[in-house]
Design a protein around this ligand. Sequence first.
Ligand code: MG
Length: 256
Amino acid sequence: MARIKTEAEIIALREGGKRLAHAIAVTRDGVRPGVTLKELNDQFEATVRAAGDVPAFLNYRPRGAKRAFPSAICISVNEEVVHGIPTENNRVIKDGDVVKLDGGVLHAGLITDHAVTVIAGTARQEDAALAEATRDALYAGIAAARGGGRIGDISAAVEKAGVRAGYGIVFELGGHGVGHAVHEEPYVPNVGDAGEGELLEPGMVLAIEPMFTLGTPRLRLKFDGYTYVTKDGTRAAHWEHTVAIRAGEAEILTVL
Ligand code: MG
């Protein structure tokens, strides 16, 4: 799989990213106490399909997974960090729940990946701060993603933001190349050293995705084979954008 996307491919990824940002925004606006995860899943899927596209995670089977992912979007609540299955874990959202929406869109044969954290109803102050710091870390990582730099520049920027804010920095999972498949090389760790790792070349398309927690950064995989939860049950936040590496600043593709 080519790591460097052509300009024509980046144009298609930009359009797909815009559609994905719209579908995530519509779904985010539906997050409120009383809504079920299944309803949010269906809202996302309907929005993606109405635009003529396909939810990229539905039926996706990561390497090593025993079965394909059964939902259109990953929805993870509170201590669930990522990869929650809304069509099987059909819980009802409660006031103050920390909800992570992580979706992908397949548009014109190419995939983008985007996640947000939203708090239903009235947020606990510590949860709001966690969500904001994780979002800040995403933008710090994006600012560090410059052509001619190294993957480690992104990792170091994310790690620094997490250390400064005093959160658990999830290091067992990270970002990745994306475009022709949901997960491509290179891996983009959320901890690391600036100047280390693979060269960032213009035309690379990467999903950058910090995950921070209120306690331990260590994760446990639930018996469903997909949902990662914090080992200590503390709450987590997750934000993600797909970006194209350019000669200077990276271009965020998953925006309206
Ligand atoms: Mg991702």
